[in-house]
Every structure is written in C-alpha cells, then in structure tokens.
Design a protein around this ligand. Structure first.
Ligand code: ADP
Ligand code: MG
Length: 254
C-alpha cells in the first residue's frame, strides 16, 4: 500500500541564546492510510517537535517529509491537531465551538453545517449543543474538540497526549470513544503518549523514540488476537502483557 506520509532522515534543532538544542536526529518512517501510530519516548526527547514538523508548523533542518495522495501524487493534506487540553472556548456554546474551525476557514456552508449536526448526533452530543463547555464532563469536552477538528475533514490527525489531563477512569472510556470515532471516520492518526498501555491499546504500530535528540529506536507492529479491537478489549488480549514488557525494556534499556 502507498504510504500517506513519508519521513526521510528528518533532523531539527532549536536555537536559543544558550546555544543549539538538537531535538530530532535522522528520523525516518512511513505511515499508511488509515493507520494509527503511537509515538512514545522519554520526556523531552522531541515527540511534540516531531508532530509540529508533520503539521508543517516547523521546517526540518535536514531530511524530507512527503505526503501522498492515494494515486501516489504528492500533495499537502489537511492536518488536524488535538492537544492535551481541549482548548474549547467557555463563552461559546458546544455548537459554536464545533463550528469555530469552519468559521475561521470561511467554510460555513450548508453542507458543512449538516455534517457538524450529523457528527454531533452520531457521537451523542447533539442534545448538549446549546450548553457551555463548563457544563460538560472532561470526556465529552474531548469529543467536542475532536468533532471540531473532524468537521474540517483532516486527512491526518495529530494527537499530543490527548488524554493526559483526564483522570484514569475517564481516560479509559474517552480513549475508547476517540479511537472509535477516528476508526469510523477512517482517519490516519499519530498519537504521542507516555502511557505504555494506551500506546499498545490504540496503536497499529508503536514508534519508540530514543533520548534527545530523538532517533527511531524501534518500530513495533501490534498484533492482538481479538475479534474486534478497541482500546478497552485490547487490554485483555493474551499478547498485551508481553508488549508491555517489551516497551518497558525499550524505554529503560534493559
Ligand atoms: P517531548 O514532547 O518529547 O516532551 P519536545 O518536542 O517538546 O519534547 O521538546 C524536545 C526538546 O526541545 C526539549 O528538551 C525541550 O526543552 C526543547 N525545546 C522545545 N521547544 C523549544 C523551544 N521553543 N526552544 C528551545 N528548546 C525547545
Ligand atoms: Mg510533548
């Protein structure tokens, strides 16, 4: 299958008054359409930097990053970004928050409004559309944030520790919801997480980054014997524990 995204020897450094801070060193990997990639690595190794480069918010110093159409031609895809905090605006209703991106991009067409309604209905938020974000649970807020991103029809979704502001219980169910939505909508996703169980339970493949400057230390395909994979069911797959141990060793150099 033709990749949707190809990173080839990406390197990047920050330049500050204290000197140069190399953040990424020779990062190469491909991502296939519809794939869910988990990115893990030590704190401060360069994970968020890598996402900024994929989002084209930063330009790599070395190497190339290419995006492909299904027909193999090169193009610049729409990219959606979801962060740890949901960044919903408290003074706007849920509905107005969902429409924000469309509004900013001058895309408030009848068709897009219909699509926003449809997603709110499908993901059980329609009856809350006139509420303020403060009236919703943390998990519902994350779903609103994801729908706001999805109505812009991104081809690639970048998630930077999207669940880490949530408590453990909420986190499990929100991860399930978000994963289901992403798979339903057939999106390609790259998610940074420091939670190994989360990386295994959501990822089709896990990319392990080394200490800063980040290099690709390992790429681990996750194969679980399950009828239907969800973040929740993954945790009870027979292979889960051995993946966990493998990743633990990767990160602790055992
Ligand atoms: P991670 O997301 O893996 O925790 P980051 O990509 O945020 O790591 O940062 C990688 C390294 O680059 C860190 O050591 C961080 O301190 C440094 N860094 C990040 N942003 C800047 C910046 N704007 N200027 C200088 N150094 C930065
Ligand atoms: Mg980070």
């Amino acid at each position: 299958m033709q990749p949707i995204l190809k990173l080839n020897n990406i390197s990047y450094s920050y330049h500050s008054i204290h000197g140069e801070i190399p953040a990424l060193d020779n990062i190469s990997f491909d991502v296939l359409p519809g794939e869910f990639i988990s990115l893990i690595g030590p704190s401060g190794c360069g994970k968020s930097t890598l996402l900024s480069i994929i989002a084209r918010l930063e330009t790599p110093e070395g190497g190339t990053i290419s995006f492909y159409h299904p027909d193999g031609s090169i193009h610049y895809p729409r990219i959606g970004y979801m962060l740890q905090r949901d960044h919903l605006f408290e003074w706007r209703s849920v509905y107005k928050n969902v429409l924000l991106g469309l509004e900013l991009n001058h895309k408030l067409t009848d068709e897009n409004l219909e699509k926003a309604d449809e997603m709110l209905r499908k993901y059980e938020l329609y009856q809350f559309k006139d509420k303020k974000p403060s009236e919703l649970s943390g998990g519902m807020r994350q779903r609103v944030a994801l729908i706001r991103t999805l109505v812009l029809e991104p081809e690639i979704l970048l998630l930077d520790e999207p669940f880490s502001a949530l408590d453990y219980q909420t986190r499990l169910s929100v991860a399930d919801d978000i994963y289901t939505i992403i798979k339903n909508e057939q999106k390609t996703a790259l998610m940074v997480t420091h939670d190994l169980s989360e990386a295994i339970s959501l990822g089709d493949r896990i990319i392990v980054l080394s200490e800063r400057p980040a290099t690709v230390q390992n790429i681990i395909p996750i194969k679980l014997s399950l009828e239907q994979k969800t973040p929740f069911t993954s945790r009870s797959a027979p292979e889960f524990k051995s993946y966990f141990n493998m990743l633990w060793k990767e990160l602790h150099h055992e």
